[in-house]
Each structure stands twice: as structure tokens, then as C-alpha cells.
Design a protein around this ligand. Structure first.
Ligand SMILES: Nc1nc2c(c(=O)[nH]1)N[C@H]1C(S)=C(S)[C@@H](COP(=O)(O)OP(=O)(O)OC[C@H]3O[C@@H](n4cnc5c(=O)[nH]c(N)nc54)[C@H](O)[C@@H]3O)O[C@H]1N2
Ligand SMILES: Nc1nc2c(c(=O)[nH]1)N[C@H]1C(S)=C(S)[C@@H](COP(=O)(O)OP(=O)(O)OC[C@H]3O[C@@H](n4cnc5c(=O)[nH]c(N)nc54)[C@H](O)[C@@H]3O)O[C@H]1N2
Ligand code: SF4
Ligand SMILES: [Mo]
Length: 594
């Protein structure tokens, strides 16, 4: 038996075993006993890049690495994606430190929300699965559990479920309560719920006196908004709020937040407001309670790949300032926002190097293409953003294809005459040595059964800091409410919110791709009709798919859909240097509108 784990960037971090080397039959080690089709099927079915190429012509690995070494002598940037979640992927940082190159900072993923959590709690600790299991009520807030986090589904069985999501997701359809909120309004909902909790005297004063004593100021802040106006803006009535509060008032409440709520410039404020609501209810450090988001998986580790190189934004990366760009484990030409700009800049580079498993929109534009080994073929360990488990990844099969990140860096060290690299196992051991070991399981050094039980901040001697203000430059809601009646939009083309979540049979842009735009049937377009969707960033043609799970004011295009990011803005979130994929309104253009 060889033990290993899935390296895909996913909440579940599944572990598996194989009976023998080179066996493709993966046996799940999870309690739920299934591995999803991404690992079991798509990973094996997707054609790999087998040979290195330069200008499309097959070359030996040696030639490709020589050309890479030469190109890295120019002003060079490393843009690393999240194609493989193993920690050894970051070893390329050491190479860029040696060559005096530049790395990126910020996040296409959870950065904005993470920053909001740190504003309130000081550090972003993961909520242990045990607390989810112990909850009576689970509020699923902008997370598409059955698609992106399916191994959590069994933990939710038998609990009261509330879903806050603009889409009637599968879990929303089964929920006790679904608030089909309009996009980007969650911060106001969290603040209003907190206000009502104070108004009803349901706040947990004793807990707050000890751990979050500035609550009076928070209550005052929630009262700076006009109640009636906000409820209208939220399209909710007092009855809806009452129902939501009736669930929040249970003893054991867990809130599971996904990235959906924070793909906006105010993403940090959304998480900060949700955490503030949770503090009002004393949900931290208590059995069966807590707010689970994407936790800081590296918390407590001393990362051997931390380097101090210059960094540029990962969200609106100025590729044109560089001569050489190495893309590793990512597909910026499609996964980054404002992808037209990205594609143009990648095309005009002197040398774009793509180091990955599959051909994609980035590899197609690359001068040098170097095939990587997949996580089934190399040694690594992975952390998790939804659990404290640390999972070794062992090679389970041989391949002639590609090179591992460690060997890639080792070869380039040799070619550059840089100092000796440590042995691969020594780096892996540096990670492992920090882990807590219980029986045969490894846990992160930050593992705590009840996070924030003793307080907040790194040393757990701080208080929770409530949200006390935020600025919204995209929607000035005080103005919106004031001028609602007089605003005349008749001459303006109807605009829709763009919802761009994950797809079931792909992992971001890896595996199956799509070409659909989901629209509500009431909009009057035909199913399968070609529609051009445009925003102030670009325009792209998609095939219409009727979807009555949507609100009529939203269109939905999944992250694996070609062209979706021609529509999205490369704005950087106010905090956390995160991407703001949904901070945009789009229009629908069809020749034959009914
Ligand atoms: N519209 C829209 N855009 C989004 C999102 C969205 O929800 N909507 N989501 C955003 C989010 S959350 C994320 S995390 C990003 C992800 O965006 P990226 O980080 O760019 O990831 P992918 O597009 O999935 O590309 C991953 C690539 O990694 C390569 N790869 C896989 N394993 C390995 C390996 O072991 N070594 C090497 N060298 N390469 C490997 C594969 O060839 C694959 O093509 O996308 C963001 N973009
Ligand atoms: N199958 C599959 N699994 C994946 C991935 C994948 O591509 N495919 N990607 C992985 C990665 S990189 C990540 S980061 C995670 C992310 O996993 P999730 O957090 O689940 O991310 P999303 O699918 O982007 O969006 C989640 C939900 O947010 C809702 N939403 C959108 N806008 C809003 C809003 O304004 N308010 C509220 N309340 N809800 C909103 C969407 O309708 C959607 O149901 O999933 C991981 N797992
Ligand atoms: S993609 Fe996620 S759910 Fe599927 S096997 Fe990997 S970790 Fe598990
Ligand atoms: Mo992500």
C-alpha cells in the first residue's frame, strides 16, 4: 500500500492509497469513502504536455532548460498559479531569489476575505471539522458546498441549514431557509442582522465583555444606516430577518463562508462584518460554533521558501515591465481578470515560459514550454485550508514525462552556478518537523480544537476588533437609497450582475472547459442561442443556457468558461490585494431579441 493525497486546490484535501506502484486504482482514505471525478477521471483523461518545445518545435529537456537559464538572466517575473497545492511548488521562490527576479503578491482567490478576517481576529485560524460536526445550525454563506466542498456534505446531515446565496444551489434547495440575496450586499445583511440581535437583547454580553469589549461602538455603527432603506436595498422584509435570526439564536451555530461573498473591492468588509455578527453572538472559541472560511494553511510553519524579492500584484500584474515571465502551475491568460489585457501583454513579452501539465491559453502563447510532473509522480506534502490535517503526497507512478519543481530548480541552480540546493527530503522534512503528530496523523502546528478559545491575535491575548466603517466606491448605497425613486434608467441598457463561481467537472481552468452563459428563462432569450456578453472591460460570445436557479438580475458564467475573464475587472480589493471578479455589471446583446 502506498499512501498519498490529492494535490488539487480544493477544500477537501482527500487522502488515498494505492495497492501497488503504477496502479491507477485510487482508494479513498476519507471517512466518506469517495474520491471525486476530478481526481479519479479528469486527471487521467486530460492529455498531458509530453515534450518540451521552443517556438512550437520539440526540443530536449536540456535544451529547454538551457534556453530558460538564458532567459532568466533578463528582467524576470515568476507568476505561480495554484494548479498543485503541494508546498514544494514554492521552491521556485529560491531560484528567483538567486537570479534577483520578481515574485507576485496578493491573490486571485481568498485574499480580500482573508484580510477582513485578520482585521477582526488578528489571525485566520481554520475552523476544525469537529466543530462543524457538533453544530446544530450551519449557515452556508456564499459557498457552493456540493460542488466545491462535497466531502463536507455528510457533516451537514441532520442539521438545520440556512443558505445565503444569489443562486439556488443544490444545498440551497435542500435548506431550511434560503435567502436568495442579490450579489454584493452581504456586508449590509451581516450588519443588519447584528443590529437586530442587539435590538432584541440577544447579544452575548458576558462573552463580549471579555473578548470583544468595543461592542457598543459596533452597535452604534450598525445604526448609522437607515433601517427601512437598507431592508429595501436588501430586498428583504422584517419577516425574513426574523427567520434568519431565529436560526442564529441556536446555541451551536457554524457559519461556512466561501469565496463568493468577497470577489469585490469591499471583500474584506464582508468577512469582517460576518465575523462581527458572529462575535455579537459569541460564536468564537465555543463547542459547535465558529466561522469557517479558507483558513491560513501555513499558519505556524516556518516556510523554507519565504524570500525577500520584489513583488508585483498577482491581480493586475504589469507583465509588460518584464522581459521574461515564468508561469508555473497556472493559466493567467484565462484565470486572471481583464484577460484581454493579460493576453496582450503576455504576447508581447520577449520570453514567456510555461511550466505546467496541460496545454492551455497561456502555454499557447509561450515561447518555451516545459512539461511538469503531476502530483501523482513526485514527492510533496499538502496543507489544507479547511482542516488542520497535513497530508504527505508520495509518487504512486512512474512517468517519462516532465520534471518536478525540485529538479527544475536544481538544474537551473547548476546552470547558473548558484550555491548548492539542499536535498529534496530536507525541505520536505522542514515542513514535517513543524507538524504535530497524533497517532498516524499529521496536523499543522496551528492545530487547535477550539480556535480563539483564549482570545484573538497571534498570542491569543488580544480582543476581537469589530468593523467600524467601510467605504464603498462601486455602489454608494446611501445615495442609492436616497435617489432610488428619482433615478431614471429607462434609456440605459439593462445591466446584470456577473456571478462567476466554480464548475463541477473542472478545477478552475484545469480539465473540462465550457462556453455557456447561464441566464434566467424569463429574460426571453432562447436556450442555446448565441449571446454576446459585454462589460466595460470586453466582450465575448457564449451559448445561452436557461437556468431558473438564478435571479433575473444575474447572469452566471463559471470559472472554466473560455472568455469569462474578458468581462472581469482587474481592480484590486481595498484590503488583501485580492481579485474582484464580480465587481462588474454586464449587458446581454443578441441579434434576435424577442
Ligand atoms: N472568472 C473567474 N476567474 C477565476 C475564479 C473564478 O471563480 N471566476 N477563481 C479564481 C481562483 S479562486 C483561483 S484559485 C484561480 C486559479 O487560477 P490558476 O492558478 O491560474 O489555476 P488554473 O487556471 O487552474 O491552472 C492551473 C494549471 O496548473 C498546471 N499544473 C497542475 N499541476 C501542476 C504541477 O504539479 N506543476 C506545475 N508546474 N504545473 C501544474 C496545469 O497545467 C494547469 O493548467 O483562478 C481564479 N480565476
Ligand atoms: N469542482 C470544483 N471544486 C473546486 C474548485 C473548482 O474549480 N471546481 N475550485 C477550488 C478553489 S480554487 C476554490 S477558491 C474553492 C471556492 O469554493 P466556493 O467558495 O464554493 O466558490 P465559488 O464557486 O466561487 O462560489 C461560491 C458561491 O458563492 C455564491 N455567490 C456569488 N456571489 C455572491 C454574493 O455576492 N453573495 C453571496 N452570499 N454568495 C455569492 C455563488 O453563487 C456560489 O454558490 O473551490 C475549490 N473547489
Ligand atoms: S479534487 Fe478535492 S474532492 Fe476531489 S479528490 Fe481532490 S481533494 Fe478530494
Ligand atoms: Mo481559489
Amino acid at each position: 500500500m502506498i499512501q498519498s493525497s490529492c494535490g488539487l486546490d480544493c477544500f477537501d484535501a482527500c487522502e488515498f492509497s494505492v495497492a501497488e506502484y503504477n496502479s491507477c486504482e485510487l482508494i479513498a482514505n476519507t471517512s466518506n469513502n469517495t474520491l471525486c471525478s476530478l481526481l479519479n477521471k479528469e486527471l487521467f483523461d486530460t492529455p498531458r504536455i509530453e515534450k518540451p518545445t521552443i517556438d512550437g518545435i520539440e526540443v530536449s529537456l536540456e535544451e529547454a532548460l538551457d534556453a530558460t537559464a538564458l532567459a532568466l538572466k533578463e528582467k524576470a517575473l515568476l507568476w505561480r498559479g495554484s494548479g498543485n497545492f503541494g508546498v514544494m511548488n514554492e521552491i521556485t521562490n529560491l531560484l528567483f531569489e538567486q537570479i534577483g527576479g520578481t515574485l507576485t503578491k496578493g491573490s486571485l482567490c481568498d485574499g480580500a476575505g482573508g484580510a477582513g478576517i485578520e482585521e477582526g481576529r488578528g489571525v485566520n485560524r481554520t475552523l476544525p471539522i469537529e466543530q462543524i460536526q457538533n453544530a446544530e445550525v450551519v449557515i452556508v454563506w456564499g459557498r457552493n458546498i456540493s460542488t466545491t466542498n462535497s466531502h463536507f456534505m455528510p457533516y451537514l446531515a441532520g442539521k438545520k441549514i440556512v443558505v445565503i446565496d444569489p443562486v439556488a444551489t443544490p444545498i440551497a434547495k435542500k435548506a431550511d431557509l434560503h435567502i436568495q440575496i442579490a450579489p454584493r450586499k452581504d456586508v449590509y445583511l451581516a450588519l443588519m442582522l447584528s443590529r437586530f440581535i442587539f435590538m432584541e437583547d440577544s447579544e452575548k454580553i458576558e462573552w463580549m465583555d471579555e473578548y470583544a469589549s468595543e461592542y457598543e461602538d459596533f452597535y452604534d455603527f450598525t445604526r448609522t444606516f437607515r433601517l427601512k432603506g437598507i431592508l429595501e436595498y436588501l430586498e428583504l422584509n422584517l419577516g425574513d430577518i426574523g427567520k434568519l435570526i431565529s436560526y442564529l439564536k441556536f446555541d451551536k451555530v457554524v457559519i461556512l463562508v466561501g469565496v463568493g461573498v468577497q470577489k469585490y473591492s469591499i471583500g474584506h468588509s464582508v468577512l469582517h462584518a460576518i465575523d462581527s455578527l458572529a462575535s455579537t453572538l459569541g460564536l468564537f472559541g465555543k463547542e459547535g460554533c465558529g466561522v469557517g472560511y479558507l483558513g491560513d494553511s501555513k499558519l505556524g510553519f516556518d516556510n523554507p521558501f519565504d524570500v525577500t524579492t520584489p513583488r508585483v500584484s498577482k491581480v493586475n500584474t504589469p507583465f509588460k515591465d518584464f522581459k521574461t515571465v515564468l508561469v508555473q502551475g497556472g493559466n493567467p491568460a484565462e484565470s486572471m481578470p481583464n484577460s484581454k489585457r493579460v493576453q496582450k501583454e503576455l504576447e508581447s513579452l520577449e520570453t514567456l515560459i510555461y511550466f505546467g501539465l496541460y496545454h492551455n491559453e497561456t502555454s499557447k502563447r509561450a515561447k518555451i514550454v516545459i512539461p511538469a510532473k503531476s502530483f501523482l509522480e513526485k514527492k510533496d506534502i499538502r496543507l489544507s485550508y479547511a482542516d488542520y490535517k497535513v497530508s504527505p503526497m508520495n509518487p504512486i507512478m512512474d512517468t517519462d514525462i516532465g520534471i518536478s519543481e525540485y529538479d527544475f530548480v536544481k538544474e537551473l541552480y547548476k546552470k547558473g552556478n548558484f550555491s548548492q540546493l539542499n536535498k529534496e527530503q530536507e525541505y520536505i522534512d522542514k515542513w514535517l518537523n513543524h507538524c504535530q503528530k497524533q497517532e498516524n496523523t499529521l496536523y499543522s502546528p496551528a492545530y487547535q480544537m477550539l480556535p480563539y478559545q483564549n482570545g484573538f491575535g497571534e498570542d491569543e491575548d488580544d480582543e476581537f476588533i469589530f468593523i467600524d466603517d467601510f467605504e464603498d466606491y462601486f455602489e454608494d448605497i446611501k445615495r442609492l437609497i436616497k435617489y432610488r425613486k428619482s433615478s431614471n434608467k429607462e434609456n440605459k441598457k439593462q445591466e446584470y450582475w456577473l456571478i462567476t463561481p466554480k464548475a463541477k467537472h473542472s478545477l478552475n481552468t484545469q480539465f473540462r472547459r465550457d462556453n455557456s452563459v447561464h441566464i434566467h428563462p424569463d429574460l426571453g432569450y432562447e436556450n442555446n442561442q448565441e449571446l454576446s456578453i459585454s462589460s466595460s472591460y470586453g466582450e465575448h460570445k457564449f451559448i445561452a443556457k436557461h437556468n431558473s436557479d438564478l435571479r433575473v438580475d444575474c447572469v452566471l458564467i463559471t470559472a472554466n468558461t473560455l472568455g469569462v475573464n474578458t468581462l472581469t475587472p482587474d481592480t484590486i480589493s481595498q484590503e488583501g490585494e485580492g481579485a474582484c471578479y464580480q465587481e462588474v455589471k454586464v449587458t446581454i446583446n443578441a441579434k434576435d431579441i424577442l
